[in-house]
Write a protein that binds this ligand. Structure first.
Ligand code: IPE
Ligand code: IPE
Ligand code: MG
Length: 244
């Protein structure tokens, strides 16, 4: 049944090149089951595995997942440390799988701001997979769209002050080359799970013309079928980029 749908979607063509996902609803999923929020995050990792696999099968080239926002530091200490532990454990545990699938891991955000011990496995996986040529899995970690823009502005101002750059040369292309997402195309499709209709400071610059797909499904329940539905919905859109 799903194989049929996959085939249909592939035949229809014009798939998104880059998909970004706000993986929301882990806490609510756990609450519904009377479980601690951290169990929701664990279940969320399983959903990540499914979505990464399906995206690869469908030939999606870039997948950016919002895993931890700069604002998420304000959550209870136990939840933050469980999330950091999960990140480090998963990066270590999934390395072989990433290599087997020719996946290239990247990170977007203030990575230096993550606890050193916790980002070690992540840095190793990024380095190890850097020559792979398959799907790019880009994790947005300690990420804030506004901070990203400010950090680009700071870098550009510094270059101008040092006389390396004239303000007249600042255009979109050069600005983008100072963002964390340098080298990545803008997302074509942004999926947000669990029904919230907001960007929550995600990819503010990059999502200028991105198609939005919002589903009520909570992230741990988001699987292969849901992902394919989002692709099919995207294929029915008409992108105009301000033209007629
Ligand atoms: C998303 O799920 C995961 C992270 C933000 C790390 P939430 O933890 O935000 O789940 P809800 O929104 O409370 O249900
Ligand atoms: C966005 O979800 C961040 C991640 C998915 C990592 P949040 O749950 O933190 O966002 P708000 O609080 O609903 O805006
Ligand atoms: Mg949330």
């Amino acid at each position: 049944m799903l194989e049929e749908l996959k085939k249909e979607i592939k035949e229809r063509g014009s798939l998104p090149v880059h998909i970004a996902v706000i993986m929301d609803g882990n806490g609510r999923w756990a609450k519904q089951r009377n479980l601690p929020r951290t169990e929701g995050h664990k279940a969320g990792v399983e959903a990540i595995r499914k979505v990464v696999r399906t995206a690869g099968e469908m030939g999606i080239q870039y997948l950016t997942l919002f895993a931890f926002s700069t604002e998420n530091w304000r959550r209870p200490r136990e939840e933050v440390s469980a999330l950091m532990q999960l990140l480090s454990d998963t990066a270590r545990r999934e390395l072989k799988e990433m290599m087997d699938n020719n996946l290239q891991l990247k990170a977007t955000g203030d990575i230096e701001g993550l606890p050193y011990a916790k980002r070690l496995a992540l840095s190793q996986a990024i380095k190890k997979t850097s020559k792979n040529t398959g799907i790019v899995l880009n994790l947005a970690l300690n990420y804030s769209g506004r901070s990203e823009i400010l950090s680009a502005v700071r870098k550009i101002a510094r270059e101008a002050k040092e006389g390396k750059l004239s303000p007249a040369r600042i255009d979109e292309k050069m600005f983008e080359s100072h963002l964390y997402t340098k080298g990545l195309p803008d997302p074509d499709l942004l999926i947000r799970t669990s029904g919230e209709k907001r960007l929550s400071n995600f990819l503010l610059w990059q999502a200028a013309y991105t198609e939005l797909y919002i589903t009520e499904t909570l992230w741990p329940d988001f699987g292969e079928r849901e992902f394919l539905m989002a692709l099919a919905d995207y294929q029915s859109r008409q992108r105009r980029f301000g033209r007629v």
